[in-house]
Design a protein around this ligand. Structure first.
Ligand code: HEC
Length: 111
């Protein structure tokens, strides 16, 4: 007797639902880190704070822009923690939270 594939569909649907829920909570946990560690310079939605740009003599790219979003996951995490260009390293982000932060950064992508 052949096992009907359709019998698996409900399980599959539940699995997907959990994945979506998990990724949302990731990005929400990431937002808390972002709000605490990044927002003062990068703005609530990654747009960049003009006063900071002026003081540091840089121009912020929107963190949701194509240029930033086209970086690999590793490069984004590295820039976020070790700093990049005129951005200094950011201290106090637990290593097991970097994926949450990444999920939030990805959620900023401009649609
Ligand atoms: C003290 C201000 C400051 C803080 C805090 C800060 N950044 Fe930055 N960040 C900058 C500046 C300035 C640049 C641009 C550097 C340059 O172009 O020389 C930058 C660049 C970046 C880039 C690269 C963007 C690009 O255009 O390629 C990423 C990604 C980034 N920051 C993420 C983060 C994240 C995530 C946090 C929090 C964990 C954070 N930053 C905290 C100032 C800051």
């Amino acid at each position: 007797m052949r096992f009907p594939t359709s019998a698996l569909l409900p399980f599959f649907a539940v699995y997907i639902a959990f994945q979506v829920m998990a990724s949302q909570s990731d990005s929400q946990a990431g937002k808390a880190i972002y709000d605490a560690k990044c927002k003062t310079c990068h703005g609530a939605n990654g747009e960049g704070v003009q006063a900071v740009a002026k003081a540091l003599k840089v121009e912020f790219r929107h963190l949701g822009s194509k240029e930033v979003q086209s970086k690999s996951d590793d490069d984004l995490i590295k820039a976020s923690i070790d700093g990049i260009g005129k951005m200094k390293p950011v201290k106090g982000i637990p290593e097991d939270r970097t994926q949450n932060l990444l999920a939030f950064l990805r959620s900023l992508a401009k649609k």
